[in-house]
Design a protein around this ligand. Structure first.
Ligand code: HEM
Length: 489
């Protein structure tokens, strides 16, 4: 008899757990009166993203469900908000209620947990305060020297490949490959003063690629059961090895720097981190974590934006010509390319802004709700997760007429003034926005100007007619970009 009672209790418990864990979340948004696409049991809406791409779904969902809608990542409810006034409240005005970023996959890797991107509350505030001076104008001016060197190497290599007889002053270049190496070198040199060719075997670039691109499977596994994520995460192909490669690189750079006389050290990111440790504000783990974060965050996004920019400039010759005319009048040669000149070029700024509108490296921004709060009549509760569909907003015809078109003029001072400033968010907004914004824009601009001083980009046979993209942890091109370069003078 007691066996039957025990069995019934176990079965009852399993049914109850299944019901609360997998069935109840399906009704979460109904009870809150938030519109939402139909979700599947266990997976929620993850399979839609898997099939169609999360960036494509952002556009569809905004069209079908409006400026506030819900989706389930497995069993975890996410509230998506694309109303500019609400975004301003969340990212800026009521920042104290939304200090922390939401994590879809609670990975327990030190380099992530101790890094600024994942750090929460007081720890985040302390780290941000320590890191902020790295991106001051004077630090950026120092960075220009390194960016100039690495971009000059790119130009020299291109000139070299053109000067070989068989090319007849034109050459099809694999820009994906080229930017991968160049931006990795620039990031390593700028952040850690590492100039040795540790990028040669391609291990580091591959490791970073793995981390960004295997995330889809992690989300899929996490959706089955968030409790088991940390065990599943170990099964994601290559991810842990990739983090080890990164960790080794960073630790190697730290060891090398510590051997140097402190008074002779370069005043770069690594130095700032080590100095802050001297006053016991950053632990050893935190130092490695910030260094790794900068390598991860800075490299992938800058590289991808340069690939997208090169693709768009190549396929829009009239825009390219306008850009070349501007460059010729402000900075016709290497010597004239100073920090002040780069900061001034108005059309270049419009072009890069428009590239980032069409292809924002991070297609969504997330926040956790830290306390109950009502925004524009929508009640948000402590523990809710919020996402801002950056890609969807950037391609919303209400804010951007003809959203698929590459039109840098959208960013003229006049047009910008007429637009709500919260419908353009490639670097996020508010106190938690991208700390590397100016460094990233600067790097992208220097690489473009240096090349356009010397060459024109032209479509060649291998250039894809439409650039396919995928949105995982970052938005990236699916195939390699080939462009023909032609010497200008
Ligand atoms: C085109 C290049 C880049 C883009 C599009 C980009 C975009 C972003 C976005 C959207 C965020 C989240 C903002 C938010 O939640 O409101 C972010 C955060 C961050 N980015 Fe960037 N980023 C770029 C380059 C860089 C570079 C070069 C670095 C550093 C060297 C960097 C370091 C960071 C860090 C540390 C954070 C976290 C900030 C915090 O939590 O306080 N990023 N970035």
């Amino acid at each position: 008899m007691w066996q039957i009672v025990l069995l019934s209790a176990i079965v009852g418990l399993i049914i109850y757990m299944f019901y609360t864990h997998y069935i109840l979340p399906l009704y979460h948004f109904k009870s809150k009166d938030i519109p939402h696409p139909k979700a599947k049991i266990v997976f929620g809406n993850v399979l839609d993203d898997w099939y169609h791409g999360s960036h494509v779904n952002q556009i569809r969902n905004i069209q079908n469900f409006g400026r506030v809608y819900g989706t389930l990542i497995g069993t975890v409810p996410i509230i998506w908000i694309s109303d500019p006034d609400m975004i301003k409240e969340i990212t800026t005005k009521k920042f104290h209620c939304f200090v922390n970023r939401h994590q879809d996959i609670p990975l327990t890797i030190d380099v992530l947990c101790y890094g600024i991107v994942i750090a929460r509350d007081e720890r985040w505030k302390r780290i941000r305060r320590i890191l902020s001076p790295t991106f001051s104008t004077s630090k950026l001016k120092q960075a220009l020297v390194v960016i100039n060197d690495t971009s000059q190497q790119v130009v020299d290599n291109l000139i070299h490949s053109l000067s070989s007889e068989e090319c007849h002053q034109t050459q099809a270049i694999n820009y994906t490959k080229m930017y991968t190496t160049a931006i990795l070198k620039s990031t390593l040199a700028n952040s850690f003063g590492v100039y040795s060719d540790i990028t040669r075997d391609g291990k580091l670039g591959k490791a970073i690629h793995t981390i960004f691109h295997n995330q889809g499977s992690a989300v899929m596994l996490a959706s089955i059961s968030p409790f088991l994520t940390k065990y599943f995460a170990k099964l994601i192909p290559g991810t842990f090895e990739a983090f080890n490669v990164l960790d080794d690189t960073v630790k190697q750079a730290i060891r090398a720097r510590r051997k140097e006389n402190p008074s002779n050290r370069r005043k770069d990111l690594l130095n700032l981190l080590l100095e802050s440790q001297d006053s016991e504000t950053l632990s050893e783990k935190e130092i490695s974590a910030q260094a790794t974060t900068f390598l991860l965050g800075g490299y992938e996004s800058t590289r991808n934006t340069l690939i997208f920019a090169t693709y768009l400039i190549t396929t829009h010759p009239e825009i390219q010509q306008k850009l070349i005319d501007e460059i010729d009048s402000y900075s016709p040669d290497q010597e004239s390319l100073t920090y002040d000149v780069i900061s001034k070029l108005p059309y270049l700024d419009m072009v890069v802004s428009e590239v980032l509108r069409l292809y924002p490296s991070f297609p969504e921004i997330s926040r956790d709700v830290e306390q109950d709060v009502t925004i524009a009549g929508v009640k948000l509760c402590k523990g809710d997760a919020i996402k801002i569909p950056v890609y969807g907003i950037h391609r919303d015809s209400e804010f951007w007429p003809n959203p698929e078109k590459f039109l840098p003029e959208r960013f003229s001072a006049e047009s910008t003034q007429k637009r709500h400033n919260c419908c353009y968010l490639p670097f996020g907004l508010g106190p938690r926005s991208c700390i590397g914004l100016r460094l990233a824009l600067f790097t992208i601009k220097v690489f473009l100007v240096k090349q356009l001083q010397q060459f024109e980009f032209k479509v060649c046979e291998q250039t894809v007619t439409s650039l396919e993209i995928e949105a995982k942890a970052s938005l990236s091109p699916l195939s390699d970009l080939f462009v023909q370069i032609v010497k200008r003078k």
